[in-house]
Design a protein around this ligand. Structure first.
Ligand SMILES: [Zn+2]
Ligand SMILES: [Zn+2]
Length: 250
């Protein structure tokens, strides 16, 4: 037995094959997605931004996918470089291809790509690129605050079910559950003044879903120790307490 060089699971040794069957499949799916979905979508963001810049109009803040703190151009450059590198390994002349031709060359050389001695490293590099692309292509209102980057203290955002997160500022990569756990600890130091509905909205930014009715209910039953203010229905809420109550409630 030998181990898959990507997921480390034991696998039947197949000649010159460093990736197990399921990693080969996932790797191939990422390659297809890069040229089929991600690069065209990133390019269209670039075009829109160029157009917005040219006409001087403010960018629309609708639900259209817009990169956050990430320049689509940088993501496109990294994606294209990855494709050119792989295409160049098939035949050195392919390294000079534009991304679409390089991608098509890769697609028509499936076995060469999957059996490449560098496949495990190439797959890991592509995973990283693909995750960053995915994050940039996720509409802003689907993103939540995952926490704070331990290295540079910038805010980390991502999708609610993200397993890992890359800091858009310092490019370091973190496991999302640990970042979230640290965030929930820090929520105990965060207070907001407002109505139960304001508290529910604030928690939603962290991906914690709670109805304002439930917040009101907890207040009435004395489960939640929010401090009333002189204004009607306005309280000082501790977000850590709310998050902890929500955790018990689920
Ligand atoms: Zn594997
Ligand atoms: Zn950072």
């Amino acid at each position: 037995m030998t181990n898959c060089q990507h997921c480390q699971k034991p696998m039947k040794p197949i000649a010159a094959n460093l990736l197990c069957a399921s990693c080969r499949e996932n790797y191939w799916a990422l390659i297809r997605q890069l040229g089929h979905v991600q690069l065209p979508a990133l390019s269209s963001i670039m075009l829109k931004q160029a157009h917005i810049g040219a006409t001087g109009h403010a960018p629309s803040r609708g639900s259209a996918p817009m990169p956050i703190d990430t320049h689509a151009q940088a993501l496109i450059t990294d994606s294209e470089a990855w494709l050119a590198e792989q295409a160049g390994k098939i035949r050195s002349a392919y390294a000079g291809y534009g991304w679409r031709k390089a991608w098509l060359a890769i697609l028509s050389n499936r076995h060469t790509i999957l059996d490449m001695p560098t496949a495990a490293d190439d797959y890991a590099a592509l995973e990283h690129i693909s995750r960053r692309n995915e994050a940039a292509l996720t509409p802003e209102d689907e993103l939540i605050i995952l926490g704070t980057c331990p290295t540079c203290r910038h805010q980390l955002t991502g999708t609610p079910d993200a397993e890992s997160v890359t800091c858009q500022h310092c490019r370091s990569e973190w496991a999302a559950p640990a970042i979230k756990a640290a965030r929930d600890q820090r929520l105990w130091q965060v207070q907001i003044t407002g109505t139960p509905s304001d508290a529910a909205k604030e928690l939603k930014r962290y991906g914690l879903t709670i109805s304002r009715n439930l917040v009101s209910q907890w207040l009435r039953r004395g489960k939640l120790h929010a401090t009333p203010t002189e204004h009607k229905r306005q309280y000082v809420f501790n977000l850590g307490e709310l998050a902890a109550l929500l955790d018990c409630h689920r």
